[in-house]
Design a protein around this ligand. Structure first.
Ligand SMILES: Nc1ncnc2c1ncn2[C@@H]1O[C@H](COP(=O)(O)OP(=O)(O)OP(=O)(O)O)[C@@H](O)[C@H]1O
Ligand SMILES: [Mg+2]
Length: 306
C-alpha cells in the first residue's frame, strides 16, 4: 500500500483551476521530485499533501487515513509524522535559532527537548550560530533553520517546497546533503525545485506539472524515454568524406548533421543508432569513438511545458 495516496485531487481559486484531477501514489522511502513552470500548481499540491490546504475535490490518504475526513486526533497523528519546509520559510526574526526551535519543540511536545534541538542543529550545521538572531542569518542559514524546524519531530515524511531557492552553490550542496541524509534514513521525501539537475539527482520519481496537471509521472528513465526520443550522437571516424555525409543526410531519421575535423554530430532518434553506425562502417570508414549525449530533465521540461 502507498504511504501517500492522491485520488482525483482538484483545487480552484475562484474560477481558476490551480490543480486538476491529480492522481499519485507515493511509496514509503521514496523521493518524489515535482517540477514545472511557475504557476504549474506545485505549491498548491504540496500544501494539500501537507494538510494545510483542503482540496475541493478528491481524496488524500496518508498512512491509510483520509487527511481531510479523519477526526482531529487522527489528523494530529498524521501531521505529527510530516515535516514541512514551506516555499516562504517563516522564521521569527527577533528570536535566536535555539529559541525558535524551542518554541516549535513545545508545540510538538518533544521530550528531551534540549538534546533534540542540539542534535538537529548539529545535523544541519547551525550549532555554531545557536545564539545568533534569525534577523542576522543569511538566506541559506534561514533556509537551514526552516529545515531544522521541519526535522525537529523526526518526521517520517518531509515535504520541501523549493528548499534551494536563491542559494549559492555551497548552500545548495548543504541542503542536498541534508536531504540525502534523510533519504538514507528511509524518510519519504517530496520536493519541488526549479533546479532540474538537483531533482534529477535526488529523486526516485518525478512529477512534471503544467497548468495544474501532472503531465508526466514516473522514474527518471521513464520520463526521459517517454518524452524525448531525439538523441545526439557524437561520432569520431577516421575519415569523413562527402559520400558519407551525403548518405547520412538522405536518411529521413537523421534530423541534423554537423561535422568538423573527424567529428560528426548527428541528431536522430534512439531507434536508428544501429543503422547509422552500420552505414558509416559500410561506407568504408572506421568508427573510433561514439558517444550518445544524455538527455536531461531540462530537455523534457522544455519540450513538455512549451
Ligand atoms: N491563494 C491563492 N489565490 C489565488 N490564486 C492562487 C493562490 N495560490 C496559488 N494561486 C494560483 O494557482 C496557480 C498555481 O500556483 P502554485 O503556487 O501552486 O504554482 P507553483 O507551481 O508552485 O509555481 P512556482 O514555481 O512559481 O512556485 C497559479 O496560477 C497561482 O496564481
Ligand atoms: Mg511554488
Amino acid at each position: 500500500m502507498s504511504l501517500i495516496s492522491l485520488k482525483n485531487i482538484s483545487k480552484n481559486f475562484g474560477k481558476f483551476e490551480a490543480v486538476k484531477n491529480l492522481n499519485l501514489e507515493i511509496e514509503q522511502g521514496r523521493t518524489f521530485g515535482f517540477i514545472g513552470p511557475n504557476g504549474a500548481g506545485k505549491t498548491t499540491t504540496l500544501s494539500m499533501i501537507s494538510g494545510i490546504l483542503k482540496p475541493d475535490k478528491g481524496e488524500i490518504s496518508i498512512f491509510g487515513k483520509n487527511l481531510y475526513e479523519s477526526d482531529s486526533n487522527e489528523v494530529m497523528e498524521i501531521k505529527s509524522k510530516i515535516g514541512v519546509v514551506p516555499e516562504q520559510p517563516y522564521v521569527y526574526e527577533n528570536m535566536n535559532v535555539y529559541d525558535f526551535l524551542s518554541f516549535f519543540a513545545d508545540i510538538y511536545k518533544i521530550r528531551n527537548k534540549e538534546e533534540r534541538i542540539n542534535f538537529v542543529l548539529t545535523q544541519i550545521n547551525l550549532s555554531g550560530s545557536k545564539n545568533k538572531k534569525l534577523s542576522e542569518f543569511s538566506k541559506g542559514m534561514k533556509q537551514r533553520a526552516s529545515i531544522a524546524r521541519a526535522l525537529l519531530h523526526n518526521p517520517e515524511i518531509l515535504i520541501l517546497d523549493e528548499p534551494m531557492f536563491g542559494l549559492d552553490p555551497v548552500g545548495i550542496k548543504e541542503i542536498r546533503d541534508i536531504i540525502s541524509g534523510q533519504k538514507k534514513e528511509g524518510k519519504t521525501i517530496i520536493i519541488s525545485s526549479h533546479i532540474l539537475t538537483e531533482i534529477e539527482n535526488i529523486s526516485d520519481y518525478v512529477v512534471v506539472m503544467n497548468k495544474g496537471e501532472a503531465i508526466r509521472t514516473g522514474n527518471i528513465e521513464q520520463i526521459l524515454n517517454s518524452s524525448v526520443s531525439e538523441i545526439e550522437l557524437e561520432i569520431e571516424v577516421d575519415n569523413i568524406n562527402a559520400q558519407l555525409t551525403g548518405g547520412l543526410k538522405n536518411f529521413d531519421f537523421v534530423k541534423e548533421i554537423n561535422f568538423s575535423g573527424n567529428n560528426l554530430k548527428i541528431k536522430t532518434d534512439l531507434k536508428h543508432k544501429r543503422e547509422i553506425s552500420k552505414f558509416i562502417t559500410d561506407s568504408g570508414s572506421v568508427i573510433l569513438k561514439m558517444y550518445e549525449n544524455k538527455k536531461t530533465l531540462e530537455d523534457v521540461f522544455v519540450k513538455l511545458t512549451k
